[in-house]
Design a protein around this ligand. Structure first.
Ligand code: SAM
Length: 173
């Protein structure tokens, strides 16, 4: 089980990027996202995408991050440009453990660095929580997300020429 903990979300400023963090979490193999700020709009948006495109991805908003971290029974990872080498760190993670992956927005308080089992960098240049999460999940899961079946109401058929989409009715015909 992989859960992403999105901290520091500012409702107006970060709505698009937090939505992208949630979509990347879902598409790249995580099971759940917890956004510490209460935001019903993002919750509705992601839930509606899940209904359409399938899978069992869960979203919760308005949670106390310190409580989650204190109660977490598994490995806690914090993605930060100041962290240790990605490849080296992934090799040390127990693959049977539930993962909590923390990504920030604005400046991340020391508490998160201190309470993570692993502070991991995806390169040591500043970029984005969306990119950091995507690359981390891809490397951690060895690309497994690419073949995951979501069994949604609609399914996109890869095409070099045009948009090709199957609806649930067509899928069952
Ligand atoms: N300036 C903030 C700080 O010093 O904590 C970070 C801002 S950054 C736009 C937002 C988030 O993206 C970070 O909290 C981190 O989770 C992620 N991030 C950005 N660059 C990263 C990198 N090179 N490696 C891992 N995570 C990164």
């Amino acid at each position: 089980m992989i859960t992403v903990l999105r901290i520091g979300h500012r409702i107006n400023r970060d709505k698009r990027i937090t939505t992208h963090v949630a979509l990347v979490a879902r598409a790249f193999g995580a099971d759940k996202i917890i956004i510490t700020t209460k935001d019903e709009k993002i919750k509705e948006n992601i839930t509606s995408i899940c209904k359409k495109f399938g899978g069992n991805f869960q979203i919760e908003t308005g949670a106390d991050p310190k409580k989650i971290i204190k109660q977490w029974n598994g490995t806690i990872i914090h993605l930060t440009m100041y962290g240790d080498n990605l490849k080296k760190s992934i090799s040390k993670i127990d693959k049977n453990d539930d993962l909590l992956i923390i990504v920030g927005a604005e400046k991340v308080p020391p508490y998160f660095y201190e309470n993570a089992d692993f502070n991991i960098s995806v390169g040591n240049q500043p970029h984005s929580e969306v990119a950091a999460l995507a690359i981390f999940l891809d490397r951690y899961l060895n690309g497994k997300w690419l073949t995951e079946q979501f069994n949604g109401k609609i399914e996109i058929i890869p095409s070099n020429k045009r948009k090709k989409v199957l609806s649930k009715k067509e899928k069952s015909d």
